[in-house]
Design a protein around this ligand. Structure first.
Ligand SMILES: [Zn+2]
Length: 164
């Protein structure tokens, strides 16, 4: 069994979403290689950081990523395995990249309760804004509001009963 601790730059941008591990980002790897009957069992963990923007307020964010991985690299045989030992080496890039990409959040946020953007103005909301939101009137109901304003009467005072 062999153990390795490596720090290498990410060879590529990992991730296609609004957050990703950028090319050149430092990857801290602890890798354990065990010789087993069928090949080499590779296990380990990786620490790095993803960068991107908050999915709600578009603020720049960077968060740590930690993933674990394990895979059997088989000695070349009659059947082609997903992962094989090649020339006494194991190539971990695909294995590690997939583990990292799968761990990236689909909807990253700068903080769990990020209030996001104001739907009307597009401005970034802050949690300190204690004033209640002016809820925009659904255009389908706008005509009804006009009726209320015209009559200006309290409920029950309306003389017409044609609805009943
Ligand atoms: Zn946010």
């Amino acid at each position: 069994m062999r153990e390795h601790t490596l720090t290498i730059p990410a060879p590529d941008r990992w991730g296609e979403g609004i957050v990703s591990v950028p090319q050149g980002k430092e990857l801290d790897l602890d890798v354990r290689l065990e010789s087993v009957h069928e090949g080499i069992l590779v296990s380990g963990d990786l620490d790095t950081e993803y960068e991107g923007v908050c999915g709600r307020c578009l603020r720049d964010i960077a968060q740590p990523v930690e993933v674990e991985f394990q895979e059997l690299f088989e000695y070349p045989g009659e059947e082609t395995a997903d992962f094989e030992v090649q020339d006494d080496h194991v190539d971990l890039e695909t294995l590690v990249r997939d583990a990292v990409v799968l761990s990236l959040p689909f909807q990253p946020v700068c903080q769990p309760d990020c209030p996001g953007l104001d739907p009307a103005t597009g401005e970034r909301l802050t949690e300190s804004a204690g004033t209640p939101q002016q809820v925009p009137v659904d255009p389908r109901w706008a005509a009804l509001r006009g009726l209320t304003d015209q009559n200006g009467l309290a409920a029950g005072a309306a003389p017409d009963t044609e609805e009943s």
